[in-house]
Design a protein around this ligand. Structure first.
Ligand code: KIV
Length: 281
């Protein structure tokens, strides 16, 4: 893998040498110790900006439910909604690998249902799909992989199981650590191309990362994962609140509020539009 001077303002290794990120670049990145950068995206405008910033993977997350659609969990998200979001993100993306979430209720019945749902997301422009869960999902991961659909796994806190898990809680503590390791192994053996680890104790995430040839991408799982993922609105500071494991790298929400307030003031005091904004004939 090439390591050119990065066009994205860092001298760190650029995954895929700056070319479109493809599946084979992920394992290569792990081998070379290049960190993978993943953000969620749900629409074309945002995807274009995040892609241009050099994000390696864009996740059309089912967090669209909480973040964009006003639900209080990911459970109500429909496959049709994910298809629309995936199309929008894929159309606007030039370099990043686009991963689309299989929403709750569209794959748990088994490989046949998973395949039918994943095909819809791939036709919408995804380069890979993501699903939640461990060993019970291995057969589906294998079936999708054999059908030519790359799969990203998701272990630890899996938001679609929030009711079973009893809320937003760290997973894999104590004896559950060995279970999570076995799940990770099973997903990798079934052909998963990467594994998201969400809200897992840092030492466990490091063990999983060391034990697998495929990259781990952490969210609330420490710095020893092969990459990191954040919900873009948390990363950019769109709201006052963000989870403890996130960092606000900007105050975009406040900038947007201010821009809208300035626009409103200009309209009310009649300074906008000015002559340069209209057509005289
Ligand atoms: O949907 C999502 O945003 C996710 C991330 C939390 C990894 O699955």
């Amino acid at each position: 893998m090439a390591t050119p001077e990065s066009p994205y303002g860092t001298s760190a290794t650029v995954v895929g040498g700056g070319k479109p990120v493809r599946v084979h670049h992920l394992a290569a990145a792990k081998k070379e110790g290049a960190k993978l950068v993943m953000l969620t995206a749900y629409d074309a405008v945002t995807a274009q900006l995040l892609d241009a910033a050099g994000t390696d993977l864009l996740l059309v997350g089912d967090s669209i439910g909480n973040v964009m659609l006003g639900h209080d969990s990911t459970l109500p998200v429909e496959l049709d909604e994910m298809v629309v979001a995936t199309r929008s993100v894929a159309r606007a993306t030039k370099r990043a690998l686009v991963v689309a979430d299989l929403p709750f209720g569209t794959y748990e019945a088994g490989p046949e249902q998973a395949l039918a749902s994943a095909v819809r997301l791939m036709k919408a422009g995804a380069n890979a799909v993501k699903l939640e869960g461990g060993r019970p999902r291995a057969a589906s991961v294998k079936a999708l992989t054999q059908a030519g659909i790359p799969v990203v796994g998701h272990l630890g806190f899996t938001p679609q199981s929030v009711n079973m898990l009893g809320g937003f809680r760290v997973q894999g503590r104590g004896e559950a650590a060995e279970e999570l390791l076995a799940d990770a192994q099973a997903l990798a053996e079934a052909g998963a191309i990467a594994l998201v680890l969400e809200m897992v104790p840092e030492p466990l995430a490091a063990r999983v990362t060391e034990s697998l040839a495929i990259p781990t991408i952490g969210i609330g799982a420490g710095a020893r994962c092969d990459g990191q993922v954040l919900v873009w609105t948390d990363m950019a500071g769109m709201t006052d609140w963000s989870p403890r494991f996130a960092h606000q790298f900007g105050q975009v929400g406040e900038a947007l509020r201010q821009a809208a307030a300035d626009y409103g003031a200009a309209v009310r005091e009649k300074s906008f539009p000015a002559e340069k904004h209209w057509f005289s004939s």
